[in-house]
Ligand binder design. Structure first.
Ligand SMILES: [Zn+2]
Length: 261
């Protein structure tokens, strides 16, 4: 298998501290099954990490943005900061999206009002720059979908955990759906039912690494090559070969993220 596009990864995670360079050199190397990776930024430092590596590796692309779990530690004038990060990333020619942004009502002590405010401002920013968004939504489906509609957002709902109905609704809104290694877990019935509603031209594959490693790597540190396991699950349901799934999802990611090469 080759031509893997990991549409959402976090190589800035501390789990990669010891050998990050080695992992990226291997994952993005000439002999790798991986053609492209897209870094999903979560805060200022994470956005800068993406920009730095987009300059360094030809096949490394990046978003910039603020994750809902980071709204409590936003810098002063965070929206101005987002504008600066946008300029820096755009200058590399490899800025893909504003993300990951969204709503997370799962973690303890979350601040719903603040999350909504930060999400809305970033949705408006993306619309103004005509960029897609990478959406994180956990235990917040209704609010997320309402705001995506309000801003006529284009983009991807990443690590999709919603119902088949929500998948259908998102597809109807022109959005893409991203699936992780969770799709290959034994108890993935809900995700598989959602996958049934996603046409092949709207599907993205992602690791969300270092987490969510698919079997037989479950619990281990995940990396972009493990998307092969997810492609096999999709291939089985859609009646395609795993290679066809990699090729089609790679084209989808390139289309969404505006990569023409
Ligand atoms: Zn993520």
């Amino acid at each position: 298998m080759n031509n893997i596009f990991d549409s959402h990864c976090h190589y800035d995670d501390h789990w990669f501290d010891e050998d990050r360079q080695e992992v990226l050199d291997r994952v993005l190397g000439k002999d790798s099954a991986v053609s492209f990776v897209n870094h999903a930024a979560t805060d200022v430092d994470s956005s800068l990490f993406g920009i730095e590596n987009a300059k360094k590796y030809p096949n490394f692309y990046t978003s910039v943005g603020f994750h809902p779990e980071n709204v409590d530690t936003l810098p002063e004038n965070w929206l101005g900061k987002l504008g600066e990060l946008y300029e820096l990333a755009a200058a590399t020619g490899k800025l893909t999206a504003i993300g990951e942004i969204g709503l997370d009502y799962h973690y303890e002590g979350y601040n719903r009002e603040l999350e909504i405010e930060v999400f809305e401002k970033q949705l408006a920013f993306a619309a103004e720059k005509d960029l897609p968004v990478i959406v994180h939504s956990r235990d917040a489906t209704q609010d997320t979908m309402e705001l995506l509609k309000k801003y006529k957002a284009k983009g991807v709902i990443h690590c999709f955990s919603g119902s088949a109905e929500t998948a259908e609704e998102a597809i109807g809104m022109g959005l893409y759906i991203g699936f992780t290694g969770v799709l290959a877990f034994k108890n993935a019935k809900k995700a598989l039912r959602a996958l049934e509603k996603v046409p092949m031209d709207r599907l993205l594959l992602e690791t969300d690494c270092p987490y969510m490693a698919p079997p037989p790597f479950r619990g281990q540190r995940c990396e972009s090559t493990m998307i092969a396991q997810v492609a096999e699950v999709v291939a089985e349901q859609k009646g395609l070969s795993p290679q066809q799934v990699c090729d089609m999802t790679c084209e989808n990611a390139k289309r969404l993220y505006g990569i023409d090469r």
